[in-house]
Design a protein around this ligand. Structure first.
Ligand code: BG6
Length: 504
C-alpha cells in the first residue's frame, strides 16, 4: 500500500451499487472497515449502499457486521468501532434504471458536501452483475453525479466484457461518459501484497535484473490453483469458464508483472505502458496451435480432504451437458528481445487439492560440469497465497568428507520478517481509488490487449465446443494432458504444496 499522507483526501462519498451482493459482504465492507479502524479513511466519509432489494437498514447493517466478523483479516469487529463505522453507512433502496435512485443519491451527497463545506471525493463502486455496468454509468452521467474529473471515480469489476468486441464496446461506452482517468478497472490480483512486491523484488534488487531474461531463464510457471469449486456462482461461471474468469485477467496480469521492462518511474502511466507492451508482444495462437498449446479441463465428482465434491455438471445452475472449462493450462511466448524462446506455462483450475498461487522462475542448467552429481538448476519460487514467501533453490555441498551435493532453499517468509497481518487486496485498491492512484488498475488498452491474447482460444473452442475437453477428478491436480504441454522444456509442473497428488 502506498499511502502518502499528503495525498490523503479530507472527505469522501463512497457509493456501492449492488450492496446486497456477495462481493460487498465478503470483500468491500470488511476492507473499508479495516481501512477505517487503521485510520486510512478520510476523517469525514459516508458509504451509500444501493440495491434494488427492500430491506430494513438495521437488518442490512447486521448482515454487513456478520460479513466483517466472518471475513475480515482482523477477526470479529470491535463493537465500539463498528458502531462508529456503521453510523456512516446508509442503505438506499433503488432501481438502477430509475431516475429517482440517482437523484436521491445526489441529494444525499450534496447535503454531505454542504455539511462539511467541501466538495468531497466521490467513488462509485459497481459491485453488480455485468449487465448493470452500462445502466449505472449512464445514470451517473445523465444525472450529473460524476462531473468533476479530478474528484469523481468509478470502479468497474471484472468481467470487463466477454470478448474483445464487447470489451471495446464497453470501453467506448464508458469513455464517452467519463474521462479515462476516472475509470478504475479492477483486477484484485494486482492489489495482493505479494504481487505488488514483485515489482520491488525485480527493480529494487539489482542482482536479479541481469539474470531476468532468455539467456538465464529456462521457463516460467504460473499456477493459480483453487480448492473451491464454482459453488453458487454456476449461473455466471457456466457462460464464462476459467479462460475468461482467471486467464484473461489475473494470470495475464501476472505475466505482465513478471515480464515487463523497468518503467521509467514508479508512476501509473509508466507502469501501465510497460505492462501493455508485454501483452502486445505475446505471440498469438494460430487456430491449430490452440489445441496443442492450450489444455482445457472440467472437474468431475471426487473428494477433497475426505469431503465429497460434486462434478461441475452437477453444480447448481450449470447446464447438465456443459462443456465449460474449469481448468486451463497454456504455453505462451512473449516475442521480444528479453523473452524470445522462453515459454511461460500458465495453469489454473477449480476443485484442485488445495489453494495455491505460485510463480516459478526456472533458471537454465549450469554450463559447468565439474561435479559427479546431477545438478538441479536454480529456481526462484514466489508464493502469492496462501503462503507469502519467496525462496531460491540452489545447490550446496552436504557436510562431510565427500563432495556430494544437495539442493537447498533460501527462504524469505513474510511472517518471519514482518509483524502484523498484511492488508487484503481490496483494502489497498479501495484506498488507491480514493487517493486517485491508478497504478494497480487496468487501462482500456491493457484490457483490450489481454482479450486479444485469449481470442484465438475462445474462437477455436467455440468452433469445436467439446474437442479435447479433458475431465479430471475433483481433488486431483487437473488433467494429465497438461503434463504433455511442458515437453520438451520441463519435466513436470512445479509440485504445489499438497495434501495428495495424483492425477485422474
Ligand atoms: C475471481 C474469480 O476473480 O478470483 C473467482 O472470479 C476466483 O472464480 C477468484 O475464485 C480467486 O481469487 P483469490 O483472491 O481467492 O485467489
Amino acid at each position: 500500500m502506498k499511502t502518502n499522507p499528503l495525498k490523503k483526501v479530507p472527505c469522501a462519498n463512497i457509493t456501492i451499487f449492488g450492496a446486497k451482493g456477495d462481493l460487498t459482504n465478503r470483500k468491500l465492507i470488511p476492507a473499508l472497515y479495516n481501512l477505517f479502524i487503521e485510520n486510512h479513511l478520510p476523517p469525514a466519509f459516508a458509504i451509500y449502499c444501493v440495491d434494488a432489494i427492500q430491506i430494513d437498514e438495521a437488518q442490512f447493517k447486521d448482515e454487513l457486521l456478520a460479513g466483517v466478523n466472518s471475513f475480515s483479516r482482523n477477526g470479529a469487529a470491535n463493537p465500539v468501532q463498528w458502531k462508529d463505522f456503521a453510523a456512516r453507512l446508509v442503505y438506499l433502496q433503488g432501481d438502477f434504471l430509475k431516475e429517482e435512485t440517482y437523484l436521491g443519491l445526489k441529494a444525499k451527497m450534496e447535503s454531505f458536501d454542504k455539511e462539511h463545506s467541501i466538495r468531497a471525493t466521490r467513488m462509485y463502486y459497481f459491485a453488480t452483475a455485468p449487465r448493470f455496468i452500462e445502466v449505472i454509468a449512464d445514470g451517473l452521467s445523465k444525472y450529473k453525479l460524476a462531473t468533476k474529473q479530478l474528484l469523481d471515480r468509478i470502479v468497474v469489476e471484472k468481467p470487463f466484457g466477454t470478448d474483445l468486441e464487447t470489451a471495446r464496446k464497453l470501453n467506448r461506452y464508458l469513455t464517452k461518459r467519463f474521462a479515462e482517468k476516472q475509470i478504475y478497472r479492477i483486477d484484485h490480483y494486482l492489489g495482493k501484497e505479494t504481487v505488488q512486491n514483485i515489482l520491488a523484488f525485480r527493480f529494487a534488487n539489482y542482482v536479479f535484473e541481469p539474470l531476468w531474461n532468455r539467456k538465464f531463464i529456462d521457463h516460467i510457471q504460473i499456477s493459480l490453483a483453487e480448492e473451491v469449486g464454482v459453488g453458487k456462482r454456476g449461473g455466471y461461471y457456466d457462460s464464462a469458464g476459467a479462460l475468461r474468469d482467471m486467464i484473461q485477467n489475473h494470470l495475464l496480469q501476472l505475466v505482465c508483472v513478471i515480464g515487463m521492462e523497468c518503467p521509467k518511474e514508479y508512476e501509473a502511466e509508466h507502469i501501465r505502458d510497460a505492462k501493455t507492451r508485454v501483452m502486445k508482444s505475446v505471440k498469438l495462437y494460430s487456430p491449430e496451435q490452440v489445441f496443442k498449446d492450450v489444455v482445457r479441463g472440467q472437474y468431475t465428482e471426487g473428494d477433497i480432504n475426505g469431503v465429497e465434491r460434486p462434478g461441475y455438471r452437477e453444480e447448481p445452475q450449470v447446464a447438465s451437458g456443459s462443456d465449460t472449462e474449469t481448468y486451463v493450462a497454456a504455453k505462451m511466448f512473449i516475442d521480444n528481445e528479453r523473452w524470445r524462446g522462453v515459454p511461460f506455462f500458465l495453469r489454473t483450475g477449480k476443485s484442485l487439492p488445495r489453494q495455491s498461487s505460485v510463480i516459478v522462475i526456472q533458471f537454465k542448467d549450469s554450463p559447468h560440469r565439474i561435479f559427479k552429481d546431477d545438478i538441479v538448476p536454480n529456481r526462484l519460487i514466489i508464493s502469492i497465497q496462501p503462503e507469502l514467501e519467496i525462496s531460491l533453490l540452489f545447490e550446496s555441498k552436504i557436510p562431510g568428507l565427500e563432495m556430494k551435493l544437495f539442493p537447498v532453499e533460501m527462504d524469505f517468509m513474510y511472517q518471519d520478517a514482518y509483524t502484523g497481518n498484511v492488508p487484503e487486496a481490496y483494502e489497498a485498491l479501495l484506498l488507491d481509488v480514493l487517493e486517485g492512484d491508478a497504478t494497480l488498475f487496468m487501462r482500456a488498452d491493457q484490457v483490450e490487449a489481454a482479450w486479444k491474447v485469449v481470442m484465438p482460444v475462445l474462437d477455436a473452442w467455440k468452433k469445436y465446443p467439446s474437442k479435447k475437453l479433458h475431465f479430471y477428478k475433483s481433488g486431483t491436480w487437473g488433467p494429465v494432458a497438461a503434463d504433455a504441454l511442458l515437453k520438451p522444456f520441463a519435466k513436470e509442473w512445479f509440485r504445489l504444496p499438497e495434501r495428495n497428488n495424483h492425477h485422474e
